[in-house]
Design a protein around this ligand. Structure first.
Ligand code: PEP
Length: 250
């Protein structure tokens, strides 16, 4: 059985004082312990997350990192900086990083390998644009991303990776993929993993859907066979919504 995993991606939101307030609210939520929950905050909020979420069962992580441990890489944060403060996750290959910061699959692959080498859980994002979906190219796009981003990831490590299928046209737009379409794509991603790592391992990999997940659609999405969780932007910024998302089973 794959443990459901709901993670908030705060993106570039919440100053330290705002984060402190939201994390205090999250700390006091009554969350389903059968669901793995986490928040990926801006780097500057990570220490506050560490402090506030201690002993709550809610994990925290970053939204990006560089693959090197230290050195002359101005503006970057490293895997060792993240593990040093107890971060669990790092989101890699988010479409906003790919689009606005021109991150390519080669770089994302280096980051995935580095995250795994340091014991971090990469949340690897993939997904097609509206143009690609309209041209029925969503599978080609996602396949090429997954194959390139997971290059040289070992059989021992693959089950530690969380994959987030995020159709770009559904992110922050209020448009959600239909639960059947999302399930189909998550199933397709599982088949790519199966081809490379075999059935047993592919059954262990958790695949999230992301794209305008809200309290009013999470139950339907999470009811689908191949959807093991959600990566949530906007709706994770309100404690009561985050609670409804994590408690989708209650
Ligand atoms: C995201 O940030 O990964 C995301 C899916 O955002 P939203 O839930 O706001 O669409």
């Amino acid at each position: 059985m794959r443990k459901p995993v709901i993670v908030g991606n705060w993106k570039m939101n919440k100053t330290v004082s705002e984060a402190s307030q939201l994390l205090e609210e999250i700390k006091n939520l009554d969350l389903d312990s059968e669901v793995e929950a986490g928040v990926c905050t801006p780097a500057i909020d990570l220490l506050v997350a560490k402090e506030k979420l201690e002993d709550t069962g809610v994990n925290f992580g970053a939204q990006n990192m560089y693959f090197e441990e230290s050195g002359a890489f101005t503006g970057e944060i490293s895997p060792t900086m993240l593990t040093d403060i107890g971060a669990k996750y790092v989101i890699l290959g988010h479409s906003e990083r790919r689009e606005y910061f021109k991150e390519d699959d080669e770089l994302i692959n280096k980051k995935v390998i580095s995250a795994l080498d340091h014991g971090l859980t990469p949340i690897l994002c993939c997904g097609e644009s509206l143009e690609e979906r309209e041209a029925d190219k969503q599978e080609d796009k996602v396949k090429s991303q997954i194959e390139a981003d997971l290059k040289d990831v070992s059989s021992e490590d693959i089950e530690k990776v969380i994959i987030a299928y995020e159709p770009i046209w559904a992110i922050g737009t209020g448009k959600t993929a239909s639960s059947d379409d999302a399930d189909k794509m998550c199933g397709f991603i599982r088949s790519i993993i199966e081809d490379k790592y075999g059935t047993d391992l592919s059954e262990k990999v958790r695949i999230q859907y992301g794209g305008s997940v809200k309290p009013n659609n999470v139950v339907e999405l999470m009811g689908k066979e191949n959807i093991d969780g959600a990566l949530v932007g906007g709706a994770s910024l309100k404690a009561s919504d985050f609670e409804s998302l994590v408690n989708f089973n209650k």
